[in-house]
Design a protein around this ligand. Structure first.
Ligand SMILES: Cc1ncc(C[n+]2csc(CCOP(=O)(O)OP(=O)(O)O)c2C)c(N)n1
Ligand code: SF4
Ligand code: SF4
Length: 1176
């Protein structure tokens, strides 16, 4: 390698060039493109200069629609601007994309291309989003590797400047945007030669300028519009040659030559595949392995729009007889997918047969075996057309059969797999390992990280490759030389070794150092595989070593040391020295002590690594029978369990319920057991307040009431129930396997009646939990609308995938305890749709009558409107039932007791509780009546039958519209505002984490001034938007600002909001891991208390009905702040970190934040007085 190489991911490569060649960027977060915006924002905050010597001006907008609009304006002014996006984000930009190309404005959109939400959201990569913009007039340029992203980003920027045609430069989300690979970086100074300053000056002078004004964006009639559309043809006609010219110039700079269509394969190829993006690599590997005997080849399409037939035909070998076009998108109902249609048109006048197929949707892996299946299909006399590859389609039988995986990575490449926990540092350590190896050797490295959907305790699998030859292979490791399992519980859950090569290394982190312990604890299937594959097996008790050296729980450095010692990627001694140097560099900021502990950890790890000499008879171990599953629901057996074992790829199409529906209550089958410690209850000191149950984010601790006569399990201790005369026993029961170990319950208990105990000492509680949840439910003794009483109602949100200690879930859980069986939820995209609806986990569940929240997610931006639509739809259906019942009553027929019931129901039509009560009675009476009175009066009978059919509409719905602050304050604000103004009876709950939590913590308009968030690296400049106050201005909206730290106020407001016959808005303070609460999420309720006491979070409620009864509608429930804001700022790194990164800004902005809070306090006092004075 003669050039300087660096390991980086695709997003960094794109952002590096975009930043260098732009003056402005307009950004909005969307996975997996957000890191590009984050890097641009950070570089700008750090004062990094672009190619033109200027700091790029980066602006976060309220949505991608906003970003595209602002970008359009900036381009109209003659500025070089860029943006980054994906999926729905790109779709929101569509209208402006037409405008931008129509006005011939040069720009580049960098797109980490991703699936589009349809039957489900998917954050993973394919080309669906980009293919949805192929009519916009943007040039579409595709990159297929991290190196290509850097190179073709340059091609896109220079080409747009020189051609006036805007570009969309895209690469597959996650697979390429997040893959780390060794690439040659292009430095800014090298780009100077490519830039034509005169052309850039022309772009500037074409901009809107009153000194030489022009008008654009007119409206035109049928006489001229068409001609003007056609007038830009020449720019498109010239574009392909221009792009090729830029590619040639970039090649001179980098030595890497690209063509618009690159051909790879034998010169006399008869069968070729056409593909775009990273899918080319496995096909190329197959060609280099088998190409010499098979006449096969591949065309990589780089410039997809405009599609140059001339260049395509030039790239096509004359010998080709058959073409298979692979598309990474699906266009339901079309004759074929888009690339297929283009290629078919291009070869129209030849004798070549063209077939099409789909692969890799939503990042489905595309492996060499699949690539081979594609070539094999093409070989058939009658190849399968319009096929899929990578799935088993046993419904329409369109899928290709895949044979065994083949190893096509360059010889000598070391392939390593690491099984870690989502947040245990494994991924960070592996990224570090790549850096150490790439920076210090001539080896190439590649890293890809796959995660499960759980926000805490989910699994992460790191796929690392190293070798002396360049590594492309953009697919998961199929043949590993080294496998490490960082978590002992995985031995029972996953098939850890199915990708292990014969004779490879397997390292387990477990306390079982001896063969006896391993004999006892390893499942026989794992033992069988170890022996069968002749693995070199090592065990290390990394957790004990971490404890011993003072790194409690942090095993990543230890496991990394083991990797360097065993893997042979580097000489062991050299590797360990490098690791120690990295420790010094990385941790010196944290103090000498931390450096010392980590170095000790490294030394101890080598000393305490045990090679396990297992008996060869392990090969005889049974591959055990699958656990008994006959009693499980079909969805759990056929979908949930295979997915939980990471075998979802193997589920055939026929097994899935259509349209992405899932039944409620599936997450209770998860039983992850991820907590190290779980709470243990002391009945002697417990005062039965039920606070622990209220705050638990995962519904893993609940109070139960038991008849003393009931036979209980041995350790099921109880105490006499307080506050009732009935002779009942009380118990707080934890579910150890559902608890995340956050300790929020322990920290909230006012009498210290809970303490955390190691999970292994609490195993008997599993049986206790199973016993408790099957007890008869007694929720009739205490008022449902109270802290204590609400907790005897089954939470219909249980065991979600939220982070340990999450501040959002307790509110929604409480809502389900108050109204769950009648709830309908429209949920915005955000954390609440991810912890609430990640297939196949449904944490929303049903009560014993199978009633529970009906939940749906539309999009991020439209949730308020979606919820309004649902509410109006249901209202409409209920009204039609009302008409039928009225018709019946007016007929004066003799319907016995039903008459009174129906009249009662009409009078309580909009009463949540009463309509439900009457609904249940009517259902029984009506059913009996119909049984007994068949055919007496045909008309009446028909009417009754019709009413009976609609019986599920008798009870009123509790309509909730739920989402985060990113939705409510920013992207969805327009819709939310409209719904507030509509006067309709809907309830809106804003889970205010003050950042976009789900996408990694970007700033929203709810972020407080000085708060450090992504996209606000220097601390937010402006003050938090006062959404509550804005809503009160309608004067007919119920508004409340609440916190879990004041439960009485919270419940009161939720109940009032539900009852209010009009729109209501509840803004709920929701601490999040992104706040960096220094004492951990286990103290987030205390942190909320502090927020209230410092005045940081206000409590108020505004009830328009109070006017009617002569009461002040605006009640400011907060007391005068009694603690200094500094106490809170010190506690949370989102504030304190600014003191380190930008100390001067920090002091200024913290003071301004203090002023903001003081001003708000005064404003609320005045408002309250104003309303009061109006009453007099
Ligand atoms: C149009 C569009 N843009 C961006 C996204 C990506 N996205 C999904 S959730 C989210 C942030 C959600 O933040 P917030 O509403 O505050 O909810 P939280 O995650 O904090 O609960 C973003 C930006 C999207 N899904 N759709
Ligand atoms: S430790 Fe956390 S998850 Fe476990 S029961 Fe307590 S609050 Fe719930
Ligand atoms: S809101 Fe924060 S704490 Fe809760 S699940 Fe999302 S990221 Fe985790």
């Amino acid at each position: 390698m003669n050039k300087k190489t660096e390991a980086m991911d695709g997003n960094t490569a794109a952002a590096h060039i975009a930043y260098g060649l732009s003056d402005q960027a307009f950004i909005y977060p969307i996975t997996p493109s957000s890191p590009m915006g984050e890097l641009a924002d950070m570089w700008s905050a750090q004062g990094r200069k672009n190619v033109f010597g200027r700091v790029v001006d980066v602006t976060e907008m309220q949505s991608e629609g906003g970003a595209a609009g602002a970008l359009h304006g900036s381009l109209a002014a003659g500025t070089l601007s860029t943006t980054f996006t994906a999926s729905q984000g790109l779709l929101l930009m569509l209208p402006n994309m037409f405008k931008i190309s129509g006005e011939l404005l040069p720009t580049v959109f960098h797109v980490a291309s991703r699936a589009i939400a349809g039957q489900a959201l998917s954050i993973f990569g394919d080309h669906s989003d980009v293919m949805a913009c192929r009519t916009t007039g943007f040039a579409l340029l595709s990159s297929g590797s991290v190196q290509e992203i850097m190179d073709l980003a340059v091609v896109a920027h220079i080409s747009t400047i020189e051609s006036r045609i805007p570009f969309c430069h895209f690469f597959e989300g996650f697979r390429l945007s997040h893959e780390i690979n060794t690439i040659e970086k292009i430095e800014y100074k090298e780009l100077n030669d490519l830039i034509n300053k005169d052309i850039i000056e022309k772009i500037r002078t074409r901009g809107l300028n009153p000194e030489h004004p022009h008008m654009r964006g007119t409206s035109q009639g049928p006489d001229v519009y068409f001609q003007l559309v056609e007038s830009s043809n020449k720019y498109y006609d010239e574009l392909a040659d221009k792009v090729q010219n830029v590619m040639d110039r970039v090649a001179k700079l980098t030595g890497r030559q690209y063509q618009l269509f690159d051909y790879v394969g034998s010169d006399d190829a008869e069968r070729i595949v056409v593909v775009m993006g990273s899918g080319a690599a496995p096909l190329e590997e197959i060609i280099s392995k088998f190409g010499h005997k098979e006449k096969i080849g591949l065309i990589k399409c780089r410039l997809y729009r405009p599609f140059s037939k001339k260049h395509f035909l030039k790239a096509l070998p004359k010998s080709v007889k058959k073409i298979c076009v692979l598309d990474r998108t699906k266009e339901s109902g079309s004759l074929g997918e888009p690339l297929f249609l283009d290629v078919s048109t291009a070869v129209k006048k030849t004798n070549i047969d063209v077939i099409g197929g789909r692969y890799g949707l939503g990042s489905k892996d595309f492996t060499p075996a699949m690539a081979l299946a594609v070539f094999d299909n093409l070989k058939q006399k009658e190849p399968l057309e319009n096929f899929t590859v990578g799935i088993t389609d046993d419904v329409t039988h369109k899928s290709l059969k895949i044979n065994q995986e083949i190893d096509t990575v360059p010889e000598g490449t070391q392939q390593c797999l690491f099984w870690g926990m989502g947040s245990d540092g494994t991924v960070g350590a592996n990224k570090n390992a790549i850096k150490i190896i790439v920076d210090n050797t001539s080896l190439y490295g590649q890293g890809y990280f796959s995660y499960s959907a759980h926000k805490s305790g989910g699994i992460s699998i790191s796929h690392l490759r190293f070798g002396s030859k360049k590594i492309h292979s953009p697919y998961l490791i199929q043949n590993a030389d080294y496998i490490a399992c960082h978590n002992k519980s995985y031995v029972d859950k996953y098939d850890l070794l199915n990708k292990a090569k014969f004779g490879s290394i397997f390292v387990l982190n477990s306390p079982w150092n001896s063969i006896d312990e391993l004999e006892q604890n390893l499942p026989s299937s794992l033992k069988h595989k170890i022996a069968e594959k002749h693995l070199k097996f090592f065990n290390i008790d990394a957790s004990s070593i971490a404890d011993k050296v003072g790194l409690a729980g942090r095993i990543n450095m230890i496991m990394q040391a083991v990797f360097f010692h065993l893997s042979g990627v580097l000489d062991s001694k050299k590797a360990i020295d490098l690791l120690k140097k990295t420790i010094e560099k990385e941790y010196s900021k944290k103090g000498e002590d931390v450096v010392k502990k980590n170095k000790e950890g490294v030394d101890e790890s080598i000393r305490n690594l045990h090679e396990i000499k297992y008996p060869q008879k392990w090969i005889e171990c049974e591959i055990e029978d699958p656990k008994k599953t006959q009693d499980l629901p079909i969805f759990i057996k056929e979908i949930f369990n295979p997915m939980a074992k990471l075998e979802g790829d193997l589920i055939p199409v026929s097994k899935f319920p259509e349209a992405g529906f899932i039944p409620l209550g599936t997450s209770k089958y998860d039983k992850r057991g991820i907590a190290e410690k779980v709470p243990n209850w002391n009945p002697k000191t417990c005062i039965q307040c039920n606070f622990c149950s209220v705050v638990c984010p995962h519904a893993a601790i609940r109070p139960f009431l038991i008849n003393p006569e009931t036979k209980k399990p041995k350790n099921f201790e109880t105490t006499r129930t307080k506050g009732t005369k009935e002779d009942l026993e009380f118990r707080i029961q934890v579910s150890p396997l559902d608890c995340t170990g956050c300790s929020l319950c322990v920290n909230t208990c006012p009498t210290k009646s809970l303490e955390m105990k190691p999970l292994h000492d609490m195993k008997d509680q599993i049986e206790n939990w199973n016993f408790a949840v099957n007890l008869p439910i007694r929720n009739d003794l205490f008022k449902r609308e109270s802290i204590k009483g609400s907790q005897f109602h089954q939470p219909l949100l249980e065991f979600s995938g939220a982070c340990a200690g999450c501040g959002e879930t307790p509110y929604v859980k409480l809502l389900t305890q108050l109204f769950g069986e009648q709830m309908v939820v429209a949920n915005a995209t955000g954390c609440s749709s991810i912890w609430g609806g990640s297939y196949p986990n449904c944490p929303y569940s049903t009560n014993r009558f199978s009633h529970g929240p009906a939940w749906a997610n539309s999009l991020f931006e439209d949730n308020a409107e979606f919820g309004l639509g649902i509410a109006k739809g249901i209202q409409n259906q209920r009204n039609s039932l009302l008409l039928l019942v009225n018709d019946l009553l007016q007929s004066n027929s003799d319907i016995g007791e039903l008459k009174d019931l129906f009249n009662d129901w009409i009078n309580n039509f909009n009463d949540l509780r009463k309509s439900k009560e009457l609904s249940e009675k009517i259902k029984v009476e009506l059913s009996e009546y119909l049984d007994k009175n068949q055919n007496k009066d045909l008309n009446i009978n028909n009417l009754l039958q019709e009413i009976f059919q609609k019986k599920d509409l008798f009870s009123k719905r509790s309509q909730w519209i739920i989402g985060g602050d990113g939705w409510a304050y920013d992207i969805g604000f327009g819709g939310l505002d409209h719904v507030l103004a509509s006067g309709e009876d809907v309830n809106i709950l804003v889970l205010d984490t003050e950042v976009y939590s789900n996408t990694g913590g970007q700033s929203s308009k709810s972020t407080p001034r000085s708060g450090v968030a992504k996209f606000a690296a220097k601390g937010k400049n402006t003050c938090k938007k006062d959404l509550g106050l804005i809503a009160t201005s309608y004067e007919n909206v119920y508004v409340a600002s609440v916190s879990l730290a004041n439960m009485t106020h919270l419940i009161k407001c939720l109940v009032e909001a539900e009852k209010y016959k009009g729109p209501s808005l509840i803004i709920a303070y929701s601490p999040c891991i992104e706040h960096g609460i220094k004492l951990g999420m286990g103290s987030q309720v205390k942190e909320q208390q502090l927020a209230i006491e410092t005045g940081y979070w206000p409590l108020f409620h505004f009830d328009p009905n109070f006017h009617l009864i002569g009461k002040n509608p605006f009640v400011y429930d907060s007391k005068k702040p009694k603690k200094d804001l500094i106490d809170l700022l010190k506690h949370e790194t989102r504030f304190s970190s600014l003191l380190k990164t930008f100390p001067q800004e920090a002091i200024k902005k913290h003071n301004l934040l203090k002023d903001d809070i003081q001003r708000r306090h005064e404003k609320y006092l005045q408002l309250s007085q104003l309303f009061q004075s109006k009453l007099k």
